[in-house]
Design a protein. Structure first.
Length: 412
């Protein structure tokens, strides 16, 4: 896959400008279903044997490869797992499942399959077979998370960034100095994976306090009906109404001897112990804010402690819990910076929620990740592209067919 001239466009609609769809992959998690699919541009297939100049234009990685190059776009979409029928309808309406893919390992196997990962790839196997007439060709979840992260960090120049003091700064990734790193994937739960290379990784830790915790507790405490509604509500709140701060204990003073500012949270939800109030006496937005702060802080701290175990300075955070939200990223960044005394940095990914789905997608390829074209001169015009759709706010992280990456892939 060549992303040299990639770009992200808002409100991309493949049925208007693109032709046939080739390859679809799913990551069916406990809370969300992530979808990645490639649509081929009409009349834009280049045969490498006929076009020798294509090597300069598309940046082929292997001059001996005889596969044609397909120009098109990678599209991203997500659905709540509890509303899986919406996902099935989306796939059916766009005919994404009709590509007729052939197994390389077993040519005699049923052509009607799509790559899938996550627990739902097992749980909903029969549902996809009954509704769409396709098999789910299952890929290991951890394999896909790592493959998706490695692919993005190698193939997309402006993929990783830091978020400090409200400023987003993209990070130049040296492919020769990528490993090792810690990948923290925040889904319903949290997995922390030490990545040493392509296909070389170890899940070193995790926590059951993750996105599912935020959503579940938030729904019970605020009556919000969706993750996005809860996240939006948290932005309107003030966690200091509920959280007990160091200053609350020390009469507004810092605890300078051990380096704690008066604004440091001493106990999440701590004021609820002594306020003599009922749940309905607190504003839902304050509860949501405190909950988001508590979980983000916890994840940031545990992540750094695991990075410390292995001497890792680079920590990448992925998963749909983050959603590009400034408050979440700021809290995680501050936690990593505080506990590492500034020696480690939290880094985030543009396509944070689609690591597993992308990993499942690249598993279609005959070649390995090393054969994917990764050119460090690529530019990703984020600001211009995101503003193309006035209804799309990148900080909300809503990728429901609002984002696509222009790219080229080898036809299998």
């Amino acid at each position: 896959m060549d992303l040299r001239h990639n770009e992200i466009e808002g409100n991309s609609e493949p049925t208007q400008s693109l032709g046939q769809t080739s390859h679809l992959a799913l990551d069916i998690g406990g809370s969300l279903i992530k979808v990645v699919y490639f649509s081929i541009s009409r009349d834009n297939c280049i045969d490498r044997e006929q076009e020798s100049s294509a090597n300069d234009t598309l940046g082929f990685s292997n001059g001996n490869c005889k596969h044609p190059i397909l120009q098109g776009r990678l599209h991203f979409a997500k659905f709540e797992t509890s509303k899986i029928n919406d996902c099935l309808e989306f796939i059916s309406s766009k005919k994404l499942h009709l590509g007729g893919f052939q197994h390389h390992e077993n040519p005699g196997k049923n052509k009607n399959f799509i790559k899938a990962t996550g627990g739902g790839a097992y749980k909903f196997t029969e549902l996809f077979k009954e509704n769409l007439g396709i098999d789910l060709d299952k890929e290991d979840e951890m394999d896909c998370l790592v493959a998706g992260a490695n692919f993005l960090l190698k193939a997309v120049h402006h993929e990783a960034y830091t978020y400090i003091d409200g400023q987003k700064e993209f990070v130049q990734i040296d492919q020769n100095d990528l490993y090792p790193y810690l990948l923290v994937n925040i889904g319903s739960g949290v997995s922390m994976i030490k990545v040493d290379g392509d296909g070389k990784f170890e899940r070193v830790s995790g926590t059951n306090v993750g996105g599912g915790t935020f959503w579940g507790l938030g729904r019970l405490l605020t009556k919000c009906k969706s993750f996005d509604e809860l996240l939006e509500l948290s932005h309107q709140g003030n966690n200091r109404v509920i959280d007990m701060l160091v200053g609350d204990i020390y009469g507004g003073m810092d605890y300078s001897k051990i380096g704690l500012l008066s604004t440091t949270i001493a106990s999440s939800f701590g004021k609820a112990v002594s306020d003599n109030k009922e749940l309905e006496d607190y504003k839902p937005e304050d509860v949501a804010r405190s909950l988001l702060r508590m979980i983000s802080n916890n994840i940031g701290q545990i992540s750094y402690l695991n990075a410390l175990r292995f001497g890792l300075k680079r920590i990448f955070f992925g998963g749909f819990f983050i959603r590009g939200q400034p408050y979440t990223m700021d809290t995680i960044s501050v936690a990593v910076h505080f506990w590492s005394k500034g020696e480690a940095k939290a880094m985030f990914l543009q396509h944070e929620g689609f690591l597993g789905a992308l990993g499942a997608y690249v598993s279609y390829a005959k070649h390995s990740i090393d054969d994917l074209v990764c050119n460090q001169s690529m530019q990703l015009p984020v600001s211009a592209s995101y503003t193309a759709d006035p209804n799309y706010n990148p900080l909300n992280g809503d990728f429901n067919d609002n984002e696509s990456i222009q790219c080229s892939v080898y036809a299998a």
